[in-house]
Design a protein around this ligand. Structure first.
Ligand code: NDP
Length: 250
């Protein structure tokens, strides 16, 4: 009896040892602005699914919820070229399978165009449009080492010109339209090299950006985005999807 238990135990141990280590198998995802909102919810989704998550924050020492997930924390301000270069240096030789450019702001806005301070719009473009470009360019060596080569740019339906029927938010809309355009350009250039560039609208999500207003929670948004990203194929290169996988109009 004792001998059969011993054999059974050894067999179970051998089976367990032969199972792949989940985290190593799924790959590595880097998420910008992962300390709160949709970025944090995405970090939760990818961690739960067994990915190695590299989450960036402007103040990593304050990113306690991200740290609790066991993610690798990295400092990053997407508007600062030195900060972006330093991130790339610290990640030298590390394969990144999926890059999610999530960090974003709503930026300067006024009720009336007449009172808009146009000079202030520079910043929203620095964060929402040039930020993803800077990060993607700096991490090209790490993406080249990755097996998936997927770049997910979190855009917005507000960047869709076809859906713009009520105006306003001139800077935010323009910055996301620019991001959509950059995504298309890079999808053309890098699609031939096996990369997949996608822009996504995460839904109207209850985060700080909306003062907690919104139709869905960050978790629901991130679950949807995770599902869409998990199902991406090379033919999706250049696409614009929402969190439910619906194709968005440009
Ligand atoms: P939050 O305001 O909750 O979070 C924004 C994140 O971006 C924070 O982590 C913030 O970091 C980071 N961030 C801001 N500026 C910079 C910067 N210069 N460098 C690096 N990180 C920065 O917003 P959401 O989670 O709602 O938004 C995430 C993305 O989803 C954005 O791109 C947004 O435009 C998009 N989106 C959101 C919608 C919504 O309904 N919420 C709808 C459509 C699109 P810190 O904490 O340091 O400020």
């Amino acid at each position: 009896m004792t001998r059969s238990i011993q054999i059974l135990f050894t067999a179970c141990l051998l089976i367990l040892q032969s199972l792949p280590i989940q985290a190593a198998d799924k790959g590595t995802v880097l998420i910008t602005g992962a300390n709160r909102g949709i970025g944090l919810a995405l970090a939760e989704q990818f961690t739960a699914a067994g990915y190695q998550v590299i989450g960036t924050a402007r103040k990593p020492e304050k990113a306690t919820e991200l740290a609790k997930l066991g993610a690798r924390l990295e400092a990053l301000d997407v508007t600062d070229t030195d900060s972006v270069a330093q991130l790339s240096n610290r990640l030298e030789g590390i394969a990144i399978d999926i890059l999610i450019n999530n960090a974003g702001i709503s930026g300067h806005n006024t009720k009336e165009f007449a009172s808009l301070d146009i000079e202030q719009l520079d910043w929203v473009f620095q964060v929402n449009s040039f930020g993803p470009l800077r990060v993607t360019q700096a991490l090209l060596p790490q993406l080249a080492l990755g097996s998936k080569k997927q770049i997910i740019n979190i855009s917005s339906m507000m960047g869709s010109m076809e859906l713009n029927t009520w105006g306003g938010y001139l800077g935010y809309r323009g910055s996301k339209s620019a991001l959509n355009s950059f995504n298309t350009t890079l999808s053309v250039e890098y699609g031939k090299k096996g990369y997949t560039f996608v822009v996504m609208h995460p839904g109207y999500v209850q985060t700080d950006m909306n003062n907690g207003n919104g139709e869905i929670t960050p978790t629901t948004s991130a679950e949807g985005i995770f599902k869409v990203v998990s199902g991406l194929k090379p033919a999706d290169n250049g696409a614009f999807y929402d969190h439910s996988g619906k194709t968005m109009p440009w």
